[in-house]
Design a protein around this ligand. Sequence first.
Ligand SMILES: Cc1cc2nc3c(=O)[nH]c(=O)nc-3n(C[C@H](O)[C@H](O)[C@H](O)COP(=O)(O)OP(=O)(O)OC[C@H]3O[C@@H](n4cnc5c(N)ncnc54)[C@H](O)[C@@H]3O)c2cc1C
Length: 442
Amino acid sequence: MSPPVERIASDDRLPAAADVVVIGAGIIGVCAAWHLARKGHAVALVEKGHVGAEQSSRNWGWCRQQRRARTEIPLARESLRLWESMQAESGTDVGFRRTGILFLTRDPAELAAWEKWITIAREQQVHSAILSPAEIAERLPANRDTWLGGLHTPSDGRAEPSLAAPAFAQAARRHGISIHQDCAARGLETAAGRVSAVITERGPIRTSAVLLAGGAWSSLFCRRHGIELPIGLVNATACRTTPAPEITPGALGGDTWCIRRRLDGGYTVALRGRGTVELTPDLFRYARAFWPTWRQTRKGLKLSLGRAFVDQLTRGAGWRLDQPSPFEAERVRDPAPDMTLVNTALASLVVSHPELQGIAIAEAWGGTIDSTPDTIPVISAVDALPGFFLATGFSGHGFGIGPAAGRLAADIVTGDSPLVDPANYGHARLIDGRPLEPVGML
Ligand SMILES: Cc1cc2nc3c(=O)[nH]c(=O)nc-3n(C[C@H](O)[C@H](O)[C@H](O)COP(=O)(O)OP(=O)(O)OC[C@H]3O[C@@H](n4cnc5c(N)ncnc54)[C@H](O)[C@@H]3O)c2cc1C
């Protein structure tokens, strides 16, 4: 079942040309389009389904610096600032609040890892604290569980995934972008070895710069052009509840449940680190690169051998650009939720907080995460094809860094001074065989 996402109108006419074409209108593509337009560029944003309908409306809505890999902290810090200013400038309340994030644990090893992480974060001006059981009790008076400690970041935030991408897209339109939904990009045309046009199902758009922000579809798009992009697909589950008493104004994570307070007075609930990996021929091809992440995360992951495997084998990458592409065949990717996970999470949440007795699931949904081997996104030019750029592979934590990732992508496309050092987000690192940095905290 799809979670509700605000629907916005498309522009009537596809432009014949644009300075930049952004493919994919999730939070990343929308924010990139916004920042490109603010820099004065003519931008066309094309989306095969509708704005924000895939991961960007299906996530938990946590905007966190907390527990990020060292390399991602600067982007997360900048993003929190941009959430504030972009919400204000959009003129829409997208639910962004700096209400803090608190994780709880009973595991001494996890607590020790958090203590180490705090030192790294502090070096980058992110101030988090370890909470003792007494401090947890003070902060969460309704809690009846026993915890060894907590990790608290007061400057972290939350936002409403169903509202953010559509509201920011409308704001970007006021800066001049055109938005084209039900408009899949089938592929690229090149001239003299560089990008010259995007071929969409509604016709071509001439351009010298294309930013692909296609989430779970980016790797397939790249394959059509012989560009390697190792990405694994993981189906995750979340749900929203009926309205219930406020036990936290922000986001709170225990070992068997995670919640985020919603504007509608309910919670978004899920289980941390759980999902189903879609086995594909690509995943076997890139097995060596994915091995360290797999070792670290496999406890919470199931494997599924199904349609994705057959699809990848049978469709190959050679579709014609004058015929319907795989992107038109699935307008909105809508994997089934794993109800065992939401039922388990909700039941253990009520044990921790009996005050929530009677809370019910209003709606559950699945979403497909696009994970790179080192769980760090790619925000980068593609060396093999001048004029082609990537902002993808956000590995299950791209919503919170969306505003800054979009800005960084825009800086890279235009060659402006980058918001943060882009070196950690290069495409080459995933395909040139170098050893990848160990995975950060997830
Ligand atoms: C259950 C769940 C919980 C999560 N929780 C959090 C969280 O709390 N905090 C956090 O920071 N992150 C979270 N994430 C991750 C976060 O949602 C994603 O990292 C982020 O939304 C990625 O945004 P995106 O724009 O790259 O991708 P998407 O939102 O998936 O958008 C990609 C868009 O590209 C379009 N597209 C693809 N190919 C084409 C094409 N050829 N032509 C036209 N359009 C195309 C797709 O239709 C899609 O709309 C979660 C994810 C899930 C699934």
